[in-house]
Each structure stands twice: as structure tokens, then as C-alpha cells.
Design a protein around this ligand. Sequence first.
Ligand SMILES: Cc1cc2nc3c(=O)[nH]c(=O)nc-3n(C[C@H](O)[C@H](O)[C@H](O)COP(=O)(O)O)c2cc1C
Length: 438
Amino acid sequence: MTAKPFHLAWFLQGSSVQAWGEPWTGHIGTTWEKPELFLNMARSLERACFDYILIEDSSYVGESFGGSTEIYLKNAIAVPRQDPSVVAALMTQVTSRIGLVPTFGTYAYHPYLLARLVATLDQVSGGRIGWNAVTGSSDFAAMNFGMQGMPEHDLRYDMADEYMEVVRKLWGSWEPGAIIADRKSGILVDHAKVHGVNFQGKYFSTRGPLNSGPAPQGQPVIAQAGGSPRGRRFAAAHAETIVVNAKGIEAMRTYRADVHRHMEAAGRKPSECKILFLINPILGETEADAIERRKLRQHIADQHIEQRLAHFGKVTNIDFGRFDLDKPLPDHVTTNGHQLNLDQFRTMARGRSIRETMASFNAVDLTIDLCGTCDSVAARMGEVMEEVGGDGYLFSMPNVNRRSLAEIEDGLIPALQDRGLVRKAYEHKQFRDNLMAF
Ligand SMILES: Cc1cc2nc3c(=O)[nH]c(=O)nc-3n(C[C@H](O)[C@H](O)[C@H](O)COP(=O)(O)O)c2cc1C
């Protein structure tokens, strides 16, 4: 291993139909309910020594595009999807080292329920659970939980700050060594080591202690993806891993430096959080083959402009169906949803029409352009990390199937390992220890 290896994780777009309508997906439209593909994925990525799989989630059927659910349901855009805790639990039982990071929204779970669920997952996995802490962004999701709409963007993060405090206190309600399990004395738990929480906050309150017992990691790992200034501050205060779709090397450096500044202001060391950048590598047998595959990927994206706008509209709460797609996005359009995404869309637009902008927006490249043989892509990934300073990559590939997984496990990863850029074996048993190993 060289002096600066980097970390790897995978972004699974929900426990749901993967890449509907794309090549190499078999009978995904009927097989998705059973977890076989996801369990294969977990085994494959563990063989490849990934740090973790992040399981994305949202809890509503999209309705932003044209004020209808039609485009979402017809095209399997983030629906149907299952609760991520179930597939995460199943993945824990076919693996022994990889970290598993389901997403749960702070608007959807009471902190007590969340702390108990995540502690339980940490127990059944032997200390390999993280929580992707999201605030949620859609009014439709809020309405599913009896609210009229989502609180304002920055207020959601204020509420989430308090939420984290409650959850951490609940996880801390069992001191280390509280479980004695001594058959001779007949004592299971030392009651003096289990404490009430009695939290009365501005937004949440709870009594405690947690009745699940302690999480093996004590405090399970926190993952986050805040992109806006307020989101970055939240992530810098709480996260041990951040995932971000920065655009190009300069943006990667700037984002990383900014988060590090916020971490230091919050009294944390930058090394306590691993920032992973989204990538979607295109691999070929030869460079020419990879370029052909890139063209095909672009062609598929071009054929799906409306569907992709519907997905973008789902996370920004914008109805792109009401605009003339051959004109630029009007200046007055703002979002109470994902702010960074809309900012990036505008930067890319530079006077172009919505359709033209969407044709290139996250269509093929994410953080950086990676297209070539396994060897040349591995080399490029190494160079970029060297320039940025760390900490690794999050694979965000739209066409998850057995073929694309094999290309990563059996093609790209060995090329990265041969260069000493990523680990060949896990250092530890628990997730945080592996994440912080370098
Ligand atoms: C890789 C990645 C994964 C994300 N996963 C989820 C998710 O599963 N559920 C969710 O509601 N938001 C998810 N988000 C959205 C973030 O939580 C956040 O709302 C978004 O990055 C915008 O942040 P901002 O409003 O601070 O800019 C994800 C974002 C990224 C970049």
C-alpha cells in the first residue's frame, strides 16, 4: 500500500428497481422485490474491500413533473422502493466486514425510534452500521407523515442538529460494560450503567434510556451529504463520512477545504471525516471501446431527458413539466429542496435551454470524467486523489447489474490494488475502525 490509499463506497439508489429499461438488467421489473441482486452486490463489494454501501431512500411517490405521478410510476423513477432497513439487515447476514449505511430521514422517524433501529442494525451486523442522516426535502414526503410541508431549508438543519444531540444521548444511555451476562450471579445488566436521557429540546423530547441495549460501535457511524453552506456546516459538525458530487478538481479541493474549516471551527480534526466524491466510471476492453460505451451512455441519457428532469424535479420540488424545455430555466426559480443541485444546474446552463443543459447535467460524468480501460481509469483515480488530497470515491452508477458489478470487482479494483491505491484486505472488524484506518 502506498502512503496515501483512498476509501471506496457504493451508492445504491434505493432498495428498488435498478436501471429500468437499460441493457443488462435481466428481469429486474419482476425480480427486484427479492434481494438477490443486492445480496450479490454486498458480497461482491466486500470481496473488493469497499468501506461501505450507502442505501439511498425517499418516502413518497414523485409527483413534481406535470403535477402527476405518471412519469414516475411508468418509468420506475425512485418507485417502487422498499424500506432500506430491511435490505441493510439482510446484507449484514451475508457479509462480515463491509459497512452498511441505510438512509433515514429526520422528518420521518422520532429520534428514539431511529436510535433504536440503528442500534439494532449495529448489533445484528457486529458493529458495521452507519446512518445516512438526511433532513428530507419534499413536501409530498412531509404530507405522508401528517405535516403540511417541509420546514424551510436551513431550519431543517437546525432541527437536525438537535435531533443528532438526542440520538447521541440515547446511544450513550448504556455505558460500556453495562451488559454483564453473568450466569453465576444471574445478573444480565448492571442497572447502574444504564441511564435516563430526559431530553427536553426545542423540537424533540425523549425520556430514555434506549431499550435496545447498546450499539457495538457505541455511536454508529454518521454519513451526510449536505451541499449548501448550511448543509456543509451540519455535515462538518456530525459526519464521519460525507458524499458529494463536486464538479472537477478545483471544486473538490474547495469543498474539502471548506468542510475542514467548519470541522475545525466545531472542534473536530479533519481526519475524523472521510469525504468521498461521486464517480461513474465507464470501462472498456480498450480506450476505443470505452469511448463507444460512453457514447451509448450519452445516447441513453439523451433519450430520457423528461424522465431525468422528473427525477431532478423530485429532489428540487420543481415542476419542469410547466416550462418550455427549449428555453432557459427562468431566473426566478428557486428551491426549498436540494440547493447544491440547482446551483450546479444553473452554472452549467449558461444561457442554454433546459433540454440542452439536462443533456449534459450528471448524464455521464459526475465529479470527474473517468472513461477508459481499467488500468487507465485506475491511474486517473490515483492522480486525482493525489491532487485533491483525499479521501476517496463513492461509485454512483445508474446501471447496477451483475455485469457492472463484475466490471468493478474483477476489473477496476484489481487495477487499483496493483497500484497500491486501495486496500487488499480489511484492517478491522468494525465499520468505523476501517473507515478511520487511513
Ligand atoms: C450521494 C448523495 C446521496 C444522497 N442520498 C439521499 C437520500 O438517500 N435521501 C435524501 O432525502 N437525500 C439524499 N441526498 C440529499 C442530501 O441529503 C442533501 O439534501 C442534498 O445533498 C442537498 O443538500 P443541500 O440542500 O444542503 O444543498 C443525497 C445527496 C447525495 C449527494
